[in-house]
Ligand binder design. Structure first.
Ligand code: G7M
Length: 320
């Protein structure tokens, strides 16, 4: 069973459920969103009687093996010919040892929040002053369902994804882990995507950062550089380290993405804040009292389905 109310499953039984046979029983309800350029598509449906979100995406080609693909084609269908330009669809010949054609991610059971998050929706620019943060956002963050952070705590406690941890620094205040993000299948280095989760639960968002966190942020930076170099051969000059505001999860984390990676919504100006900029603003902050990050007005896009939207609208933070 993959049900919201069911007893939690052991890892083994849950893993056993996501199989070729079980996916064949997925009943699609509607498309939540899709990208025609990347071939990424989010489908809402039912799996084992539970709402489920299935994300299907073509896997990224490993650049060193891209040429091999042309030697393994089964069929080619030329639909545009305008010399010197040609466009075609191609089918890859199945060979036992070839890389998978698809990457499929599943959220099951999917909550209303998940469904809203992945649904195409109208967005508006929001101007979040420190007063609006205090009156609207803080209450939203404090009321955030702790269970949504279950995956974070499971990683930090070593109960989940333990074998995927690339680096761990111990310590309640200065500790953190580095691991591949859910979105990265570790195939293409140009699509490298790592996540850094801090051990402390006291930093909900970048507004909570103070000068006292500068050593933590610097040690995250250093460890990311070392880890990416050692594990993947990717140098510091190829990495974009940034933090979301608003994030989806209010437990401080840093995104690490290869600069060759195609821009996606979470990388857009407004939502993404370079880690180095945050460190600089903390260094420029007064020694006592709220940091510049706490005092700053943030301007960012917010979807109408976001849990903050109505409160922001009522507070006059949405620009017409
Ligand atoms: O900043 P924001 O909260 O939007 O980003 C959260 C990040 O955590 C995203 O890049 C997600 O892909 C990533 N993420 C989310 N979940 C549920 C997991 C997970 O279970 N494991 C890992 N490794 N990353 C996750």
């Amino acid at each position: 069973m993959c049900s919201l109310n069911a007893e939690p499953l052991s890892d083994a039984s849950r893993a056993a459920e996501i199989s070729v046979d079980s996916l064949a029983k997925f009943t699609p309800t509607r498309i939540l969103s899709e990208s025609t350029s990347t071939g990424s598509i989010y489908i809402l449906g039912t799996l084992h009687d539970s709402p489920a979100i299935v994300h299907i995406q073509k896997t990224v080609l490993e650049s060193a093996k891209a040429g091999d693909v042309l030697r393994g084609l089964e069929k080619i269908d030329l639909f545009l010919e305008n010399q010197p330009y040609f466009s075609s669809h191609a089918w890859i010949r199945p060979t036992p040892d070839r890389a998978p054609d698809l990457q499929i991610k599943i959220i099951c059971p999917a909550t209303e929040t998940h469904i809203k998050k992945y649904s195409e929706q109208e967005r508006f620019i929001v101007c979040e002053t420190p007063e609006i943060y205090r009156d609207v956002v803080l209450g939203y963050i404090n009321g955030f369902d702790e269970s949504r952070l279950g995956w974070v705590y499971a990683i930090l406690d070593g109960r989940k994804e333990a074998e995927r941890i690339l680096y761990r620094k111990e310590g309640d205040e200065e500790g953190f882990v580095i691991l591949p993000d859910l979105k990265w299948d570790q195939t293409s280095m140009n699509a490298l995507y790592l996540t850094v989760l801090v051990q402390t639960r006291s930093i909900k968002s970048l507004r909570d950062l103070t000068r006292s966190h500068i050593p933590l942020l610097n040690s995250i930076k250093e460890a990311v550089y070392d880890t990416a170099k050692q594990k993947y051969g990717v140098g510091a000059g190829k990495l974009r380290l940034f933090v979301h505001y608003q994030p989806s999860y209010y437990h401080f984390h840093v995104h690490v993405v290869h600069i060759q990676s195609e821009a996606f919504a979470g990388m857009l100006v407004g939502q993404a804040h370079m880690l180095d900029d945050l460190i600089t603003l903390l260094e420029l902050s007064p020694p006592d009292g709220p940091s510049l990050l706490a005092q700053k007005t943030y301007t960012y896009p917010l979807g109408v389905e976001h849990g903050l939207f109505e409160g922001m609208k009522a507070a006059g933070a949405i620009l017409d």
